[in-house]
Write a protein that binds this ligand. Structure first.
Ligand SMILES: Cc1cc2nc3c(=O)[nH]c(=O)nc-3n(C[C@H](O)[C@H](O)[C@H](O)COP(=O)(O)O)c2cc1C
Length: 312
């Protein structure tokens, strides 16, 4: 099975709804996190994003970022009541603002806190609980203290990105620690990190024969045909792929235009998408530079149309 990773700012409801219209092979997604802090927006606004009739694309599990069991429980149960049978807990976000508050990856080096969080939430939440985590805040072996704690609870699964938070998204993934996690864990484990080709997945799959679920983030945003390639080992001709990319892009643009008012909002949104999608194209860096210079909607549309015209 292939999961689309949560990427804040990109893999939102609109993206997840449109993706399977154009690309095959992705079975499931975890949504970018929503916070259950005291200052959260009215719960109803958050929940609306997950109403089943508004999520017609990739089947999605919502993700909650929280270090407070009561807040977490409230939100998890509200999500359950609108039809989400499973929720995911974010134990991996590396951003200093989050870590400083002891949330996301900021909790990884405090096994006691993780244990007491689970002790309180597990009996109180109605949905299944899946956890997405890194292997540590500063040190890659911090996770080894957590797995025995996870083993005490009936979790849905663990999604492990084998990097520390200080690594952010760079440097090597630590496959040795990942292997130790696999050996220790009683739960199903999903691998996540740096899959950007069929070859990479085959290499990982050779080493970790028991893994059947793979989560892909940046690799899929850059090459949305990757899941199809992995699953069916088929590939469309380049010019056909470009046409599909254009149709996907245009549809995203139209949908975002409906909800983002103001020229710069929509162009900024699309530029964010191009940060990743640009890597699909051989001259992606050049294309991104051209697009980044646009600030108005019409100008953006002109430039993008020209880019695609030259490619097709
Ligand atoms: C811009 C950005 C935003 C992200 N947002 C989230 C998020 O909201 N929740 C989460 O669990 N992971 C988030 N991640 C991490 C990804 O889900 C994934 O774990 C990471 O990118 C490694 O996988 P990849 O190499 O396949 O991209 C984010 C990553 C990036 C680059």
């Amino acid at each position: 099975m292939i999961y689309l990773a949560p990427v804040q700012g990109i893999t939102d409801r609109i993206y997840r709804n449109l993706f399977p219209v154009y690309f095959k092979g992705v079975d499931m997604a975890i949504a970018p996190f929503i916070s259950s802090s005291k200052k959260m927006k009215p719960v109803n606004n958050l929940l609306r994003e997950f109403y089943p009739d508004r999520n017609t694309g990739i089947p999605t599990i919502p993700q909650i970022m929280s270090s407070n069991p009561d807040d977490f429980t409230l939100l998890a149960n509200a999500l359950y009541d609108i039809g989400c049978g499973t929720v995911n807990w974010n134990l991996g976000c590396p951003f200093p603002m989050v870590v400083k508050k002891g949330r996301g990856a900021g909790m990884l080096c405090y096994p006691d806190k993780v244990e007491s969080f689970l002790e309180k939430t597990m009996p109180a939440i109605k949905p299944n609980l899946s956890i997405k985590l890194r292997i540590g805040l500063k040190y890659p072996d911090e996770v080894l203290q957590l797995i025995p704690i996870f083993n005490q609870y009936p979790l849905y699964e663990l999604i492990i990105h084998p990097r520390t938070a200080v690594q952010m998204y760079e440097g090597e993934v630590d496959l040795d620690i990942f292997e130790q996690c696999l050996n220790l864990s009683k739960h199903r484990v999903v691998y996540n990190g740096d899959i950007d080709s069929l070859e990479k997945l085959e290499m990982l799959s050779k080493r970790f024969g028991s893994i059947k679920r793979w989560m892909i983030g940046r690799g899929l945003l850059a090459n949305p045909f990757l899941a199809e390639k992995i699953k069916f080992d088929t590939e469309k001709p380049y010019h056909e792929k470009i046409k599909i990319m254009k149709a996907f892009h245009d549809n995203l643009f139209n949908e975002y235009s409906k909800i983002l008012s103001g020229s710069s909002h929509i162009t900024n949104k699309m530029k964010e998408i191009w940060t990743y999608m640009g890597n699909f194209f051989e001259n992606g860096e050049k294309i991104r530079k051209k697009i980044n210079k646009t600030h108005h909607r019409d100008n953006y549309v002109d430039v993008v149309n020209k880019v695609f015209d030259e490619l097709i």
